[in-house]
Design a protein around this ligand. Structure first.
Ligand code: NAP
Length: 325
């Protein structure tokens, strides 16, 4: 087998496409022949030693992938060789094969392609947990999605629309804003050019968004929190811009608003039943055509560096997916 090996977490340039021995699954594991693997922002952080989870070295990055079960370890009863599956393993996806704990593997519903299966649970699971669970989004409410053309952002736009909300998409380029409008957003704000406070006032008759979905952080957070509606919920999803905002505490007081943390990985670990229900609801929406991963580019696995460069340069519209022949 081949894989992108991280021997030193000093950045993307240190990753090497290497031939390694094909592993046999241990008890409780399966080996998957990987057909597609998507790039999530934590895959960028983990090879720079900036992610909260630091795997032992060397490791193969790639948190989310889909493929075919090839071999089954002892004690695994719900999966068989030949099953089409998706895996959320944290690492291992950027290669041709991986051994994964069976508990982290889900049967792929027939309607899913490998590409969609590899680009679904992480972003849609995060955005569903954030909007539907943590923010208790109600039909008719207005949601502002920041970084709306990114991975979790495109999922949040689709989920909020499927839930009957009005969506204002925020993004940094005209092309990204256009993509969000095509996905069903009711309005889009280009925050590289437009003043966010003025734009949000204008788009909500001065009321402000009921929910802010923020995977970007940095200097966008304060104007958005200042704009939020009475009883608003500000979802802290991530800090793609790099800076962790420090905000004046009088703002939530003045708006009767809540600042709500979102940590999907921990939700999956602590509340497996609630996560299973969330994924089931998302699969139903997928089958109804209400949500579908937006794929920026499909690239051969050997071109992983190009995908990383595109994410790092903030160029991706939706998800980057690597495929094996
Ligand atoms: N809390 C959770 O459980 C959870 C789960 C999954 C992901 N996340 C976090 O959510 C964030 C987004 O993840 P993602 O997979 O959706 O990433 P992504 O596809 O790369 O999207 C990130 C978006 O952030 C914006 N951005 C602003 N400054 C950036 C910069 N310096 N570099 C890159 N992007 C920048 C970009 O939109 P514009 O150009 O339009 O600004 C980009 O589209 C990450 O911080 C990730 O760690 C959190």
């Amino acid at each position: 087998m081949h894989a992108w090996l991280c021997e030193q977490p000093t950045g993307v340039d240190a990753l090497r496409w290497t031939e390694i021995a094909t592993p046999e699954p241990a008890a409780g594991q399966v080996r998957i022949a990987i057909r597609a693997a998507s790039l999530n922002f934590p895959d960028l952080l983990i090879v720079q030693n900036k992610y909260q989870f630091k795997p032992p070295l060397p490791f193969v990055p790639g948190s989310e992938f889909a493929g075919v079960v090839e071999a089954v370890g002892s004690g695994v009863s719900h999966l068989r060789a030949g099953d089409m599956v998706a895996a959320l393993a944290g690492t291992g996806g950027f290669g041709t094969h991986a051994c994964v704990d069976a508990a982290r593997v889900l049967a792929l519903p027939q309607a899913f392609s490998f590409e969609d299966g590899a680009a679904f649970a992480f972003t849609y699971g995060t955005s569903h947990h954030a909007l539907m669970d943590r923010a208790a989004l109600q039909s008719g409410e207005t949601v502002l999605v920041l970084g709306a053309a990114g991975g979790v952002g495109t999922a949040a736009v689709q989920i909020a629309k499927a839930a009957g909300a009005r969506v204002i998409a925020g993004a940094s380029t005209a092309a990204k804003c256009e993509l969000c409008l095509r996905l069903g957003a009711d309005a889009a704000v280009n925050y590289s050019h437009d003043n966010l406070r003025d734009a949000l006032k204008g788009l909500t008759n001065g009321k402000g968004p009921d929910v802010v979905y923020d995977p970007v952080g940095g200097d966008l957070a304060e104007p958005c929190l200042r704009s939020i509606a009475w009883r608003g919920r500000y979802l802290v999803v991530g800090f793609a811009q790099g800076g962790i905002p420090a905000l004046p505490w009088n703002l939530p007081l003045l708006k009767g608003a809540s600042i709500v943390g979102v940590f999907w990985g921990e939700f999956v670990r602590r509340e497996p039943k609630a996560n299973a229900a969330s994924l089931q609801a998302l699969v139903a929406w997928y089958l109804e055509g209400r949500v579908k991963p937006v794929i920026d580019q499909l690239l051969p696995m050997a071109r992983l560096h190009d995908a990383y460069a595109r994410m790092n340069a903030r160029e991706a519209l939706g998800k980057l997916v690597m495929v094996n022949p």
